[in-house]
Design a protein around this ligand. Structure first.
Ligand code: ACO
Ligand code: LMR
Length: 294
C-alpha cells in the first residue's frame, strides 16, 4: 500500500505548488485584483487572514512612520558606519537591524505585554508606574532621547489620531495616555513613545477585530495547558507578543530607512569612518596610552 513519509516541515502560510502562488489561500492574482496593499499581504502572511481595511491601513501606517528617523539614531549609525567600511547592502542592513532591542525600536512587545497585564489586573496608571519602579524596571514604550511633552513626536500624534478616528474602541491607548500623564509629571521626556503607542494600539486592534477565530483559540488551548486565567482572546494576545510580532513591525519598517542610508552613503562615495579622538574620553590610561603602573 501507499506509505506516507512523515513530513520534515509544516507550513501554514503560503503555497507555491499550484499554478498560482497562494498567500494564506488567496491567489496572488486576487491579491492584486482586490488591491489589498502591503497591509493586506501582511495580514495574510503574518496573521493568516484578511483583516478589516482599517487594520491593514494601520499596519501600513506603522511601516511608513517607522521607516526612518534620521542618521543619528543607533540603527542608522551602525548601517552608515558599516557601509563606509565598504560592506555590501545586506551586511550594512543587518548591522543596523542588530541595534534594535529593548532600548531602541524593540520595545513594542514588552510594552504591549506590560500595559496589557497592568490594565487587565485593574492597576490604576499610577499603581502601574509605581509597581514598575518597585521592580526596578523601565516601562517599555515610555521615554525618548529627544522628544518630550514640549517637543511632541508627530508620529505618535498621527497614530493616535488615526486610531481614534478608525478603531471601534481604543481602551488600551487611553490607558497608556493616562500612564504618560503620570510619567511626564516626573520628567518631561517620559512620553508614550512611538514603540509604546504602536504597541498599545495593536492590542486595541487585536481586541477589536477578533484577530483569532474560535477554531484557532481551541487549537491554542489544546497545546497550552496554562490555567485559563485570561479570556481566550487575551491569552492569544499574550501568545502573539511572545512571538515578537510587534517588534517585527519596527524591523520591517526601519529596514526601508536602513537600506536608504546604505544607498545614500554609496551615492555620496563616503570613505571609511574613523571616530575623532577628541570625541572620546580616554580614561584610566596615561597620555602615552599605557595604563598607570602598566
Ligand atoms: N520608565 C520609567 N522611568 C524611565 C524610563 C522608563 N521607560 N525611561 C527613563 N526613565 C527614567 C530613568 O529611570 C531615569 O531616572 P533617574 O533620573 O531618576 O535615574 C531618567 O528617566 C533618565 O533616564 P535615561 O536612561 O537617562 O533616559 P534617556 O532619556 O537617556 O533614555 C530611553 C531614553 C532609552 C528611550 C529610555 O527612556 C528607555 O529605555 N525607555 C524604555 C525603552 C523604550 O521604550 N525604547 C524605545 C524608544 S523609541 C524608539 O526607539 C523608536
Ligand atoms: C527612532 O524612531 O529611531 C527614534 O524614535 C529613536 C530616536 O532616538 O530618535
Amino acid at each position: 500500500g501507499l506509505i506516507r513519509k512523515p513530513a520534515a516541515f509544516i507550513s501554514t502560510i503560503s503555497d507555491d505548488r499550484g499554478q498560482e502562488l497562494l498567500y494564506a489561500g488567496m491567489p496572488i492574482s486576487e491579491v492584486f485584483a482586490e488591491d489589498i496593499g502591503i497591509g493586506g499581504v501582511m495580514s495574510l502572511l503574518w496573521f493568516r487572514r484578511r483583516l478589516p481595511s482599517y487594520a491593514s491601513k494601520f499596519l501600513e501606517m506603522v511601516l511608513m512612520l517607522t521607516a526612518d528617523h534620521g542618521p543619528a539614531v543607533s540603527g542608522a549609525m551602525n548601517t552608515i558606519i558599516t557601509t563606509r567600511a565598504g560592506k555590501d547592502l545586506i551586511s550594512s542592513l543587518v548591522a543596523g537591524l542588530l541595534t534594535i532591542g529593548e532600548r531602541f525600536g524593540g520595545a513594542l512587545d514588552g510594552a504591549a505585554a506590560e500595559f496589557t497585564n497592568a490594565m487587565d489586573k485593574g492597576l490604576s496608571p499610577r499603581e502601574f508606574v509605581d509597581s514598575m519602579r518597585k521592580q526596578n524596571k523601565l516601562i517599555p514604550g515610555i521615554g525618548h532621547k529627544v522628544k518630550s511633552r514640549n517637543n511632541p513626536d508627530q508620529r505618535v500624534e498621527l497614530v493616535k489620531d488615526f486610531v481614534r478616528r478608525n478603531f471601534p474602541s481604543c481602551k488600551m491607548l487611553d490607558y497608556a495616555i493616562a500612564v504618560e500623564t503620570v510619567t511626564t509629571s516626573k520628567k518631561d521626556n517620559l512620553i508614550l513613545n512611538v514603540d509604546g503607542c504602536v504597541a498599545v494600539c495593536f492590542v486595541d486592534l487585536m481586541r477589536n477585530c477578533g484577530a483569532f477565530s474560535a477554531e484557532e483559540a481551541e487549537d491554542y488551548l489544546k497545546v497550552n495547558t496554562n490555567p485559563r486565567v485570561y479570556p481566550i482572546n487575551d491569552m492569544l494576545t499574550y501568545h502573539v507578543f511572545q512571538m515578537g510580532v510587534l517588534n517585527g513591525l519596527f524591523v520591517l519598517g526601519r529596514s526601508i530607512g536602513l537600506i536608504a542610508h546604505h544607498l545614500d552613503q554609496k551615492r555620496l562615495r563616503t570613505g571609511l569612518y574613523r571616530h575623532p579622538w577628541d570625541d572620546i574620553s580616554y580614561m584610566g590610561f596615561g597620555t602615552e596610552g599605557v595604563a598607570p603602573g602598566g
